[in-house]
Design a protein around this ligand. Structure first.
Ligand code: 13P
Ligand code: SF4
Length: 322
């Protein structure tokens, strides 16, 4: 038995003993994405919308979140009766950290009456100021649904520009943007995409909404591909008859895609999210061990009830919309 297998077994034992479920994002290291029914630790693996829905209906006493802080916070907002735990508080997000509640209040004062759509990659105090949340999976439909001529979309400037291009053409609606950026997806420049296309001319290109708009345009010309959420990317590969794909998203999603579609070939520039990678098997084990001891405070996700209720409203509006 190697060390990793022992850690997995110990996590599985503690899950049963302490009544814990584990939710794991598609950007986690591969060993954190193996499902419990296949001998791994994850009860649910998904994108940020899927994980929010799983958190809302989770019926174990404890949720250990293998994802980043804003995701674990969203789980707590949606299911406050459960104890939610995050294996590392270093698991931030450059988008969530780019904006505060005070920033949104200033924007609202500058653009009175303009609806505010907050990407799920924000902290509770930012969500609390928004009219509705969105994830990368439903952003386009939610932005389209507003009748107003203008919409404040925050905090991802590139995702905002990608949405703007499509929405303006359809409805003439103008998006007012913030200047947040995903430190992973901003690295997919047009030059990087065109270089990869030159080497792999038959490959379709898969890019997340958070990739810069000029790189998305480059990705979609020629053989083509898709711009979308993590789930859109996974679905597109499943439905495409193409055999080769260039991935413009987080590196470990490449491992997930290879596991799902072993007959297809993925070219994956390995750019890892340093926040997601804070979550390891070892830290997940420490978290499970800590539950019920004095150490548990290091991992607990909590927030004031007044803030939770204000942040809940725009998330619930999003879920009703979905
Ligand atoms: P998804 O909504 O596609 O899961 O994206 C989450 C994220 O952090 C993207 O960088
Ligand atoms: Fe945030 Fe980007 Fe990391 Fe996703 S990949 S958690 S958006 S920094």
């Amino acid at each position: 038995v190697n060390a990793m297998e022992e850690v997995v077994e110990e996590i599985r034992r503690l899950k049963r003993e302490k009544n814990v479920i584990i939710l794991s994002h598609f950007y986690m290291a591969p060993e954190l994405q193996v499902k419990a029914q296949d001998g791994g630790i994850a009860d649910f693996v998904g994108d940020s919308l899927g994980l929010s829905l799983a958190a809302k209906t989770a019926d174990a006493a404890h949720i250990v979140f293998c994802g980043v802080k804003f995701m674990a916070e969203t789980a707590k907002i949606l299911n406050p009766a459960k104890q939610v735990w995050l294996p590392s508080y270093e698991a931030g997000c450059s988008l969530a950290e780019s904006i505060t509640g005070a920033d949104v209040r200033q924007l609202k004062a500058r653009y009175p009456g303009v609806p505010v759509v907050a990407y799920i990659n924000t902290y509770a105090e930012t969500k609390a100021e928004a009219d509705i949340c969105c994830t990368s999976r439903n952003a386009m439909d939610i932005a389209r649904s507003f009748e107003s001529d203008q919409l404040i979309f925050l905090p991802d400037v590139f995702m905002g520009r990608n949405l703007q291009t499509r929405i303006k053409a359809e409805t003439g609606k103008e998006l007012i943007l913030w200047d947040g950026k995903c430190e992973v997806h901003e690295q997919f420049t047009p030059q990087r995409i065109s270089g990869l296309k030159l080497v792999h001319p038959k490959a379709q290109v898969l890019v997340h909404w958070e990739v810069p708009d000029d790189a998305v345009a480059e990705a979609l010309t020629g053989v083509g591909g898709v711009v979308g959420s993590t789930s859109d990317i996974i679905r597109f590969v499943g439905e495409s008859s193409n055999r080769e794909f260039i991935l413009g998203s987080e590196c470990d999603l490449g491992a997930t895609l290879r596991g799902m579609y072993p007959e297809k070939n993925f070219i994956v520039p390995c750019i890892k999210c340093p926040h997601m990678k804070q979550i390891t098997l070892q830290r997940t084990l420490h978290t499970l061990r800590a539950i019920g001891t004095d150490e548990e405070q290091n991992y607990r996700v909590s927030m004031e009830e007044e803030l939770r209720l204000r942040a809940l409203k725009p998330i619930e509006r999003m879920l009703e919309f979905s």
